[in-house]
Design a protein around this ligand. Structure first.
Ligand code: SF4
Ligand code: SF4
Length: 190
């Protein structure tokens, strides 16, 4: 048969030497490495009792933000779901009723909003896509669960509590914070 390239190589089964057949040199070699590492500083930590310092831009569990008045910022436009490469986000939109202005910032809001944390790859594209600054990734680690369904986070876990706001400003660059100060831009108005 004509070879496709000249890079093919004949594989030969090498005979084991006497020392290799004994296995003892390999076992002692492995034990020396083990003993050497017993006296080195451990590379692992006893999580969750001990937590590592995370990078300032670590991307963890999402938060759906409220505005300064406590109303949900999300308008269920679906841009985050379209941007999501893992198809982890689903939502249903609803129309805001009279008297609900304090609950929802826009006339349309997300009646249901879910993120499947098992699908999510924490890329942050949903945050980039959002025109309402409604979704941000935070430095919180998604906890382990025993049931797959428990990894589907609804609004109960995603929307920040009115009296327990999650500060995301430390994760924003000075340029973004400066831009947000300009209230003449409609993007920055409440
Ligand atoms: S972080 Fe990335 S993968 Fe996760 S929900 Fe957002 S866009 Fe999808
Ligand atoms: S989180 Fe932002 S991008 Fe996603 S539906 Fe709500 S407003 Fe739109």
């Amino acid at each position: 048969m004509q070879p496709l390239t000249n890079r093919s190589k004949q594989v030969v089964k090498k005979e084991m030497t006497f020392a290799e057949k004994l296995y003892l040199p390999a076992i002692f070699g492995g034990m020396i490495i083990t003993f050497k590492n017993m006296f080195r500083k451990s590379a692992t930590v006893q999580y969750p009792e001990v937590k590592r310092d995370m990078s300032p831009n670590f991307r963890g569990q999402h938060v759906l933000k409220r505005d300064e008045n406590g109303a949900e910022r999300c308008t269920a436009c679906g841009l985050c779901a379209v941007a999501c490469p893992a198809e982890a986000i689903t939502m249903n939109a609803a129309e805001r009723k009279k008297g609900e202005e304090g609950l929802y910032r826009e006339e349309k809001y997300a009646a249901n909003y879910e993120i499947n944390m098992l699908r999510c790859i924490f890329c942050g594209l949903c945050e980039d896509a959002c025109p309402k600054e409604a979704i941000f990734l935070t430095d919180r680690i998604v906890p382990t669960e025993f049931d797959r369904d428990d990894f589907v986070y609804g609004k109960d876990k995603l929307v920040e509590k009115v009296n327990e706001r999650i500060d995301v400003t430390k994760r924003q660059t000075p340029e973004v914070l400066e831009f947000k100060k300009n209230k003449s831009l409609s993007h920055n108005k409440i």
